[in-house]
Design a protein. Structure first.
Length: 88
């Protein structure tokens, strides 16, 4: 199992467009990917669940990845979050 944290830098938080990109990426892997923000958590494959987290700018996301292709999933997730930070 891998765990890492990212801070949401987008002024609008984790809104629909970056959340949808996260969902599309998560669905490419067999590994379980959970996103936690505060006391709430969501399956990264479920757009509405991610939106319900209510992530705003400056919030810390805790990402848990567990499964057969977790190493590849973590690399792809880190790249996605780095790209989103660059855009945010």
């Amino acid at each position: 199992m891998y765990r890492f944290e990212v801070v949401c830098r987008d002024a609008a938080g984790l809104h629909t467009r970056p959340a949808a990109r996260l969902v599309l990426l998560a669905r490419q892997y067999a590994a379980s990917i959970r996103v936690r923000a505060g006391e709430r958590s969501a399956d990264a494959r479920q757009l509405l669940a991610l939106m319900r987290l209510g992530v705003g700018r400056g919030d810390t996301l805790h990402i848990d990845v567990d499964g057969p292709d977790e190493t590849a999933a973590v690399s792809a997730l880190r790249a996605l979050f780095d790209e989103l930070d660059a855009l945010g």
